[in-house]
Design a protein around this ligand. Structure first.
Ligand code: RUQ
Ligand code: CUA
Length: 653
């Protein structure tokens, strides 16, 4: 692949950048051309200026979500979701540990791929962000006013929850599907019995319209293919959802060859309104299976419960529910245009981008334009459902997003580019190289009824020569591209953390004024809260010691504690009694084999420490909170087991 060097290319673009960003309404922008010509990566929205959009990117193998501003590309926050985060005590504090419980037990890590913003009438409404746990199948819900994870539900009968969690147009459901087919139900069978024993799963998790609370409404037991990505319909196709299905060969070894045999695989089209009716008519079977449901209550404390049954539909019992749409070849992404009429698939090995028409799908069903049946599911005729094919788009099409003007943008992994094409006639309009090997891409609001447009962000898998090298592992790279004109223009490169698969962005004005600034101390319902310094105390119960502690600029109460013994379980309950925005306090004590605590204003967090040697150990605030932050310290005396040193502590006179 011969291209001009990325450095030169960006250098040439530098001069045009400030103007472009200004025209895009970003306020004052600054460019500082560096000697290397790396001007682009220094364009930012000036201090005091807000970005126009929030972008939420998945962390991929970090298991978290990161929050960026657009167009600046600045990283604002990492939201812990599926992985323990010692910096924020997520998964370490007593209040948050239940969030990581599963039917397999406590799991400290997952791989998170697809953020999906909640929607009202097919527009982003700024309430929640959903994201999938891919490895141990789960869906999480993040509250966007607090930017914290509030709920996680495990998805049973799934293995690689990849086609997930895409939100329907009114957030009725988040859809899920298994990437790997597995024995359904799980059992000990020879792998060679794949075709007899292995099945797929497509699931619908219902979302309560008021609270966001998730329940597994039903699953559909599918043939043993790989279900890779999904999009619910909207507008005309509301009530349907589409899932790419590769490995229709049902290979169980060397898939790179064995799952690349069929010229066409499928998009699985599910009429979920029909499925709802089948469930209501009692056609679902009850499967007994264990899956965890974890949530944060209104005292800010996480709980975990184990659920034991679910409803499962067989396609044969619900004949109008599932159809297969042939699609070339080994499809990855499937995406629905703003009207809901057009469905584009990214066939990794396909020479075209196939676009199906929802109207034609309905007609094909009515006319019985059926090519054949697979496992009792009708395969519609390709010619009957095809709207058009984008000819010679490039190599390795993966994902497509849409703007508000009838254009589509498809990422091309192999030829490292974004191709812009017109939805109405499948004509290629423009292309722009990406550096390098783009996976997903995101148009702002690109999966809504009316995209915001303006930018597409390329989420690139490989970085190579874009940044200063950092040993064998390089940061992943995102690129901000202006799509406001006829020609796409590269504006900015910025590094990302983890490996973002997908991202979604929302107008900042939709959520920024709703951000929670402090937790109300008077309303703190944590049973271990200490709301006033005079109530701070240390209580021993057998070999458990509870330290009820307050933190405020710039001291802890108590700050001298004696009577703790080696081998005690010491519960340190720290309440931050501040009521000012942006004043967290931290807590750490020497040798504590746990994380730090980071406590927001008005909040209580608890950490457990088992002291292992006698001595006097200092503790301190880990978050630089005031001029006297370095004075925010104390001591805990640890005596040998069985010592007669009494519990004592100091509170202010
Ligand atoms: S994937 S590069 Cu996890 Cu969404 Cu497509
Ligand atoms: Cu409190 Cu530093």
């Amino acid at each position: 692949m011969m291209r001009d060097s990325s450095w030169n290319r960006i250098g040439r673009m530098g001069a045009a950048l400030a103007a472009v960003l200004l025209a895009a309404g970003c306020g004052k922008t600054t460019t500082q051309a560096g000697g290397t010509g790396d001007a682009a990566s220094r364009v930012y929205v000036a201090p005091g200026q807000y970005d126009e959009f929030y972008m939420f990117a998945s962390g991929g193998f970090s298991g978290q979500v990161s929050v960026y501003g657009l167009p600046s590309g600045r990283l604002f926050r990492v939201i812990p979701v599926f992985s323990q985060d010692a910096e924020k005590s997520y998964g370490y504090s007593e209040q948050s540990k239940p969030m990581l419980e599963t039917s397999y037990g406590f799991i400290p890590w997952d791989d998170a791929h697809h953020p999906s913003l909640s929607k009202t009438d097919a527009m982003n409404d700024g309430r929640w962000l959903f994201i999938n746990g891919n490895n141990t199948p789960r869906v999480a819900r993040i509250d966007l006013a607090e930017m914290n994870t509030k709920e996680i539900i495990e998805i049973p009968n799934s293995a690689g929850n990849h086609a997930s969690p895409f939100v329907t147009q009114g957030t009725e459901y988040v859809v899920t599907a298994t990437r790997f087919s597995v024995p359904t139900p799980q059992q000990d069978v020879p792998i060679a019995t794949y075709k007899e024993n292995f099945g797929g799963q497509i699931g619908f998790v219902a979302v309560d319209a008021k609270t966001g609370k998730m329940t597994l409404a039903f699953q559909i037991h599918m043939p043993g293919f790989d279900y890779d990505l999904a999009r619910p319909g909207k507008g005309v196709s509301h009530g349907w959802a589409f899932f790419t299905s590769y490995n229709t060969e049902q290979a169980n070894t060397l898939l790179e060859r064995n799952a690349s045999q069929n010229d066409k695989d499928f998009i699985t089209a599910v009429n979920w309104k029909a499925a709802e009716q089948c469930v209501a008519a009692g056609k679902a079977k009850t499967w007994n299976t264990k899956y965890a449901h974890n949530w944060v209550d209104d005292a800010d404390i996480a709980h975990s419960e184990m659920l034991t049954s679910e409803k499962v539909l067989e396609p044969a019992d619900c004949p109008d529910m599932v159809y297969f749409l042939p699609t070339p070849k080994s499809p990855h992404g499937v995406d629905v245009d703003p009207t809901g009429e057009f469905i584009a698939a990214g066939g990794k090995l396909a020479a075209v981008i196939p676009v199906a028409s929802f109207t034609k799908i309905q007609k094909a069903i009515a006319d019985k334009s059926i090519d054949r049946m697979v496992d009792g599911i009708p395969v519609l005729k390709y010619e009957a459902i095809s709207a058009c094919e984008v000819p010679q788009p490039g190599l390795g099409p993966l994902h497509t997003e849409f703007d508000e003007k009838g254009n589509a943008y498809t990422s091309m992994f192999l030829s490292s580019e974004i191709v812009k094409w017109s939805v109405k006639d499948c004509k290629v309009l423009d292309r722009i190289p990406t550096y390098y090997s783009i996976g997903h891409l995101m148009v702002v609001g690109g999966d809504t009824r009316q995209p915001d447009g303006k930018y597409v962000v390329a989420l690139n898998k490989i970085t190579k020569d874009r940044y200063l090298p950092t040993g064998p592992e390089l940061t992943q790279s995102a690129q901000l591209i202006d799509i406001s004109g006829d020609k796409m223009k590269l504006l900015l490169d910025f590094p990302t953390i983890g490996e973002p698969h997908y991202a979604q962005a929302i107008l900042a004005s939709k959520i920024k004024d709703a951000q929670i600034k402090t937790f109300n101390l008077a309303e703190n319902k944590d049973p271990n809260a200490t709301k006033a310094e005079k109530d701070a105390r240390v209580v021993r119960k057998g070999n458990v010691v509870h330290i009820y502690m307050t933190a405020i600029r710039s001291h802890f109460v108590p700050d001298n504690i004696e009577g703790v013994q080696v081998g005690d379980s010491v519960y340190i309950h720290v309440t931050n009694v501040e009521q000012d925005w942006d004043v967290p306090h931290g807590f750490a004590v020497t040798g504590m084999r746990n994380s730090e605590l980071l406590v927001m204003p008005g909040q209580t967090r608890t950490i457990v420490w088992v002291p292992e040697r006698p001595g006097v150990l200092p503790f301190y605030c880990t978050d630089f909170c005031s001029a006297l932050h370095q004075e925010m310290q104390g001591y805990i005396r640890v005596s040998p087991k069985g010592s007669n040193v009494a519990v004592s502590y100091n509170t202010p006179k």
